[in-house]
Design a protein around this ligand. Structure first.
Ligand code: SAM
Length: 246
């Protein structure tokens, strides 16, 4: 996969790209990440990338030419790849695990990071996706792009050591993940559940599924609406609802 980040602050990506799973994926050539500073396509002696809004109002807007030119330069460098051009925008579609999975199947992702008051509207005409990290306003699109890159890259084949670990992660299966325990067996009076130590894989899987379901029911009941509940799941949920009312 190729990822291009179009940004005024390429150095901000040193940290997230330089550690742990994303770093290893880059080293193993599973992903190539390029940073394109669109300041280089700014206008005039001062390479201006922003200007005042027509009609007045507070703040400066990103001009269309530097961002269009930056994307043109990526198309010139990689003319053959099929690209998703993703605009970082608090008014976009909220990012989630399903979107990360979709992105991880793409050949080339281009993240456009905004700044100042926002974009000249015409910039939207070249993008395939407008995506928000969540319902809050960040200073720039960089932190949002970093999160989306991290969530996407860890899903690429052969990036995670244990191929199963992404499948059981919270949000991948449609449920939150079950609790985990490691040594010691007892710590400050808190014991590891017996079922995890009896070696019976059927019982362990059953316990984990039940705990996932319970955690989702308690913390994120909205997720259950799109989860394919078995008859046994429905029975358990009915019991927990009755317990809640008692
Ligand atoms: N005036 C804009 C608005 O109300 O929609 C907010 C501009 S914000 C200060 C500057 C840039 O940060 C945005 O253009 C976008 O690229 C990025 N940004 C801010 N919040 C974001 C979020 N929740 N998700 C993704 N990008 C965000």
């Amino acid at each position: 996969m190729i990822i291009d980040v179009v940004t005024l602050f390429p150095e901000m990506f040193d940290g997230p790209l330089g550690y742990s799973i994303v770093k290893r994926a880059i080293e193993k050539d599973i992903v190539e990440v390029n940073r394109v500073n669109f300041r280089q396509f700014g206008k005039g002696k001062h390479q201006r990338v922003d200007d005042t809004p027509y009609g007045g109002g507070a703040g400066m807007l990103l001009k269309p030419e530097p961002l269009f030119d930056a994307v043109d330069s990526i198309n010139e460098r990689e003319p053959e790849t099929k690209k998703r051009i993703i605009l970082m925008d608090p008014a976009g579609k909220p990012f989630n695990q399903a979107m990360a999975e979709e992105f991880s199947g793409e050949e080339h992702l281009v993240f456009l990071c905004g700044h100042y008051e926002g974009y000249d509207e015409r910039i939207r005409s070249m993008v395939t996706d407008e995506v928000s990290l969540g319902d809050y306003v960040l200073t720039g699109g960089e932190l949002a792009a970093m999160v989306m890159i991290d969530a996407t890259v860890r899903l690429l084949p052969e990036v995670l050591g244990n191929a199963d670990s992404a499948q059981t992660d919270s949000h991948s299966s449609g449920l939150l993940e079950h609790p985990h325990y490691t040594r010691p067996v007892e710590y400050r009076g808190m014991k590891v559940p017996d079922v995890l130590m009896n070696g019976n894989h059927g019982l362990i899987a059953e316990w984990r599924h039940k705990e996932s379901l319970k955690r989702t029911f308690e913390r994120r009941p909205d997720m259950l609406a799109s989860y394919d509940l078995s008859d046994q799941d429905k029975k358990l949920i009915a019991e927990w609802k009755t317990e809640e009312m008692e």
